[in-house]
Structures are given as structure tokens and as C-alpha cells.
Design a protein around this ligand. Structure first.
Ligand code: NAD
Ligand code: AHE
Ligand code: ZN
Length: 369
């Protein structure tokens, strides 16, 4: 079938809106009509060429919601008409990782996913007879996309896709990082570096966890008002200080914070986030994605003296078993999604969504098909 899609033909180039060909779903696969998709910084990261797994040409996008159109042979968990959120972290329930009960990092389709391919090693997308690659197992920047059955969460059909698409990545990642990774407790102090969709979701999660002080840090002060609305109590712009930001946070708190979260993808800030964690027990969660060749560093003394360095993917959330419940929570107002959607636009204007992100003018732009 034909599908309108925004194709990344080459790194560093704007997406091109073209009509691609989408082949039918094979065994264990599902064809979906995407209704809404957010644009996450990770899409911009891959488009920039910094992603070691970036392959081109590709249909990017991984924060979407849609409706099942057709299922391949053997698919039993969804049927045409079901409302779904594609998952970049699959959940097969059978691999070593799923069975461990210790992680959400299912490996069932991860190897082919990282190469831009479906689990059988081929692609369902083409343009002028040439293959187009998939992205993160989702490719939500196409009106029609094919994903593995294990990469789909079935959700309440009454849910507002313009909002719940954000549970496909940003909001789930931030909230999940607080509850599943850091396990923030009532009264704990929290520092959040970077106040985009991810950092604001961390703040929302911290407020749910009844954290005490929530320190919001960003070089763009325009982000502070929304952070305040989500529950931040203190606001720090590193540009207002002539000393390292970790020192500023330690001086504000005495010994540092119980939990810090890096939501930018900057390895220098990752170090600062670790080093502002409390001596003896403070922990720092890396959420941001850093480019090829980038490495983190700190004095080992920081760890010897009790700080813990951690990371999280999709907030530790198991998509098929936990995301439907998060959609219900959003429908009850227990997870706030509307304030994240600062812009909506048709697919034809998707490059403007990237522009707004780079200018620091949006939190989430949602593309409506
Ligand atoms: P975003 O661009 O919307 O927000 C980033 C924020 O960081 C902006 O407000 C920006 O002003 C701020 N910032 C930039 N440099 C700064 C600095 N030196 N000090 C303080 N603030 C600074 O991005 P986003 O969509 O919220 O994504 C954030 C990061 O999280 C990205 O790296 C993305 O790839 C990553 N991410 C990871 C996961 C995961 O599962 N681990 C999931 C989603 C996104
Ligand atoms: N392709 C990158 C890795 C990018 C990365 O870490 N992605 C996060 C999700 S970002 C969502 O916006 C993630 O889930 N990582 C775990 C995984 O399995 O990809 C690289 O560096 O190769
Ligand atoms: Zn994302």
C-alpha cells in the first residue's frame, strides 16, 4: 500500500515528505495506521548522524499512537481496530531478560531493530523500489507502519491519541525513571538537569512520589514556568553561576541531593549530575542519550564515597504489561499529558517540529496524520 511518510534520506538533512510503499505484515507483525506522533530529541539525535545505530534512508519516529489495520500470520494479541502504542522496548515475556524480572530490556527483536530491520532481517518500506529502513522498531513518521507484535501495547480505545502518544516515549521514560529506577521516596530531594519532555516528566514523577525539594536546572529559563507547574520547587540556570553547577547544587542542599537525573545527553552534565548527589547514598540516573564516541568520567572517589551511577531505558517500564495501565492513569488525570503538547502540526510541517525543538521553543510537538 501507499503511505505518506517523512523520510530521513541522509543525516543532517531535513526530512522529505514522500509517498512510500508499505508491504503487508509478515508472520508475527502488525500493520498500523498512526494517528499521532510526538517528536522526541532522540529522533533529532539520530537525524543528526551522531547515533551509531543510525541507518539511512529511514522512517524515524518512535513516540506514536495508532490503530491496527491488519495482522500477520500467528498474531493473536491484537486485531484490526485495536488502539495501540508502538514500543521501542519490546516485551516478549520469554527471553532471558523478560523472564528475569529484573529489567525491561527485552532482547527478542533488539538486534534487528538496531539495524533498521524487521525481525526477519528485511524491511517493509520502500521508495521508488529502493529499501527504506525502520527505526527503533516503530517508524511512527509514516501514516502506515509495520511493527512486531511484541512491540505493541494495546490501549483503551477511548484514549486521546494526541496525548497518550507521549507515553510511547518521553513521559513514560521520565515518570518511570523516578519510580522504577531511582525509586524516589517521600521527602527525598531531587535535581533534574534538562527540562524538555523527559525532565518535566521526571518532575511530574517526583511530585507523584512526594519528593521534598525538586531542583529544576536548565540553561533556557523559558522552561522554568512549566517546571514550576509540574512541581519543581527551585530553579537554577547554570549560566547565572561562575562555578561548577554541581558545587552550586551541593551548596544549596548541604551535602547534595538524594537523586539526580540527567535528561539532556551531555556527558559533562552527566558528571555534574553524579557529583551533586549526596555523599554516602546519593544516586544519579542517566536518561540522556550521548553521541557516538562520547564517554563519561568522574573521580572514582565519587563512587567510593557512596554515590551510585545508574541509567534507564524507557523508564524501566515493560510496555505491554504496564503501558495500558499508564494510559488508564492518564485518562483519570493521574498522569498529566496535555501540558507537554506545546505544538501540533500536520506531517507536512514536521521539520518545523525539529526547528522548534532546537530553538528551545517547544516541549513536545505532536504530528497529526
Ligand atoms: P529536549 O531537547 O526537549 O530537552 C533538553 C533540555 O535540556 C532543553 O530544555 C535544553 O535547554 C536543556 N539543556 C541543554 N543543554 C543544557 C545544559 N548544558 N545544562 C542544562 N540544561 C541544558 O530533549 P528531550 O526530548 O526531553 O530528551 C532529553 C534527552 O533524553 C535526550 O538525550 C534524549 O535522546 C533522551 N531520551 C532518553 C530516553 C531513554 O529511554 N533513556 C528516552 C527518551 C529520551
Ligand atoms: N542507538 C543509540 C542508543 C540510543 C538509546 O540509548 N536509546 C534509548 C531510548 S531513547 C528514546 O528516546 C534506549 O532505550 N536504549 C536502550 C536500547 O535498547 O536501545 C546508540 O548509542 O547506539
Ligand atoms: Zn524518545
Amino acid at each position: 500500500m501507499k503511505s505518506r511518510a517523512a523520510v530521513a534520506f541522509a543525516p543532517g538533512k531535513p526530512l522529505e515528505i514522500v509517498e512510500i510503499d508499505v508491504a503487508p505484515p509478515k508472520a508475527g507483525e502488525v500493520l498500523i495506521r498512526i494517528t499521532d506522533t510526538g517528536v522526541c530529541h532522540t529522533d533529532a539525535f539520530t537525524l543528526s548522524g551522531d547515533d551509531p545505530e543510525g541507518v539511512f534512508p529511514a522512517v524515524l519516529g518512535h513516540e506514536g499512537a495508532g490503530v491496527v489495520v491488519e495482522v500477520g500470520e500467528g498474531v493473536t494479541s491484537v486485531k484490526p481496530g485495536d488502539h495501540v502504542i508502538p514500543l521501542y522496548t519490546a516485551e516478549c515475556g520469554e527471553c532471558l531478560f523478560c523472564k528475569s524480572g529484573k529489567t525491561n530490556l527485552c532482547t527478542s527483536v533488539r538486534a534487528t531493530q538496531g539495524k533498521g530491520l524487521m525481525p526477519d532481517g528485511t524491511t517493509r518500506f520502500s521508495y521508488n523500489g529502493e529499501p527504506i529502513y525502520h527505526y527503533m522498531g516503530c517508524s511512527t513518521f509514516s501514516e502506515y507502519t509495520v511493527v512486531a507484535e511484541v512491540s505493541l501495547a494495546k490501549i483503551n480505545p477511548e484514549a486521546n491519541h494526541e496525548h497518550v502518544c507521549l507515553l510511547g516515549c518521553g513521559v513514560t521514560t521520565g515518570i518511570g525513571a523516578v519510580h522504577n529506577t531511582a525509586k524516589v521516596q517521600p521527602g527525598d530531594s531531587v535535581a533534574v538537569f534538562g527540562l524538555g519532555g523527559i525532565g518535566l516528566a521526571v518532575i511530574q514523577g517526583a511530585r507523584q512520589a512526594k519528593a521534598g525539594r525538586i531542583i529544576a536546572i536548565d540553561t533556557n529559563p523559558d522552561k522554568f514556568e512549566l517546571a514550576r507547574q509540574f512541581g519543581a520547587t527551585d530553579f537554577v540556570n547554570p549560566k547565572d553561576h561562575d562555578k561548577p553547577i554541581q558545587q552550586v547544587i551541593v551548596e544549596m542542599t548541604g551535602w547534595g541531593v538524594d537523586h539526580s537525573f540527567e535528561c539532556i545527553g551531555n556527558v559533562n552534565v552527566m558528571r555534574a549530575a553524579l557529583e551533586c548527589a549526596h555523599r554516602g547514598w546519593g544516586q544519579s540516573v542517566i536518561i540522556g542519550v550521548a553521541g557516538a564516541g562520547q564517554e563519561i568520567s568522574t573521580r572514582p572517589f565519587q563512587l567510593v564515597t557512596g554515590r551510585k551511577w545508574m541509567g534507564t531505558a524507557f523508564g524501566g517500564v515493560k510496555g505491554r504489561s504496564q503501558l495500558p495501565g499508564m494510559v488508564e492513569d492518564a485518562m483519570k488525570g493521574e498522569i498529566e499529558l496535555a501540558p507537554f503538547v506545546t505544538h501540533t502540526m500536520p506531517l507536512e510541517e514536521i521539520n518545523e517540529a525539529f526547528h522548534l525543538m532546537h530553538e528551545g521553543k517547544s516541549i513536545r510537538s505532536v504530528i497529526k496524520f
